[in-house]
Design a protein around this ligand. Structure first.
Ligand code: SF4
Ligand code: SF4
Length: 224
């Protein structure tokens, strides 16, 4: 999931100072789990904006904020409210904000959140970064633990010489990613495999931005 956090409210108010009326768009997926784009967050933002003398014409939580056509369809129910709106405030990740930019060519669109990383919710409202979307996954060689993301040096073959008692030299409060990989491979009885594997230098061009993917052609071929 994409981890988001609310922008500092003062900073947000500075960004939207020139607008009077707002329509709020959340997201029922990642931003809801982060508490940044669910119904409660929309209610809180509505109250906070009203307290600042702003008008809130409406708001809703779309099923998936980064799904452009689905969100467009859901927004049809808010035609009147949107007609009275100067500015769209998006309470999801940056992808959701850019859905709104695509759908509202003539209106100002602002993000209410900062998008941080791709990660996992480990406990209620606690999130850890787990994948950097490198485009060439090596989890098959590392026991399912990502050193690209969870080793601060991103070492493809480790550990480095600075590891101490299983802890990382860069951030001593976290375990060394490569020690975790070693321990997991040991449990799976795959130490031999780990010792024999040298992870080749990655083709970082696979992560060159902006990336795009279409699976449409493949599906159409399968159908015919
Ligand atoms: S190796 Fe790349 S794709 Fe796989 S989990 Fe790590 S960053 Fe993500
Ligand atoms: S101690 Fe381990 S996690 Fe930390 S930088 Fe070195 S290899 Fe990476």
């Amino acid at each position: 999931m994409i981890i988001t956090k609310k922008k500092d409210f003062k900073e947000l108010m500075g960004n939207i100072r020139n607008y009077r009326s707002f329509f709020l768009i959340g997201c029922s997926e990642c931003a809801s789990l982060c508490g940044t784009g669910n119904e409660e967050a929309i209610r809180d933002m509505t109250e906070a904006l009203k307290a600042e003398g702003k008008e809130v014409t409406g708001g809703f939580v779309p099923k998936t904020g980064c799904q452009v056509l689905g969100t467009k369809k859901e927004l049809k129910a808010f035609k009147d409210e949107l007609g009275r709106t100067d500015c769209i405030l998006v309470m999801s990740c940056g992808a959701g904000t850019q859905t709104a930019v695509e759908l509202f060519e003539d209106k100002a669109v602002y993000p209410a959140n900062d998008s941080l990383f791709l990660g996992n919710m480990t406990r209620f409202q606690m999130f850890d970064e787990r994948c950097s979307l490198c485009g060439q996954c090596i989890l098959d060689k590392t026991g399912g633990i990502c050193p690209v993301t969870t080793c601060p040096k991103g070492l493809l073959n480790g550990p480095c010489g600075g590891m101490q008692d299983g802890h990382c030299e860069v951030s001593p409060d976290i375990p060394c990613a490569w020690v975790r990989i070693y321990e997991r491979m040991k449990k799976l009885d795959k130490l031999q495999e780990l010792c024999e594997t040298v992870v080749e230098a990655k083709d970082w061009s696979q992560g060159q931005k902006p990336r795009a993917l279409s699976t449409r052609e493949k599906k159409e071929k399968t159908r015919s």
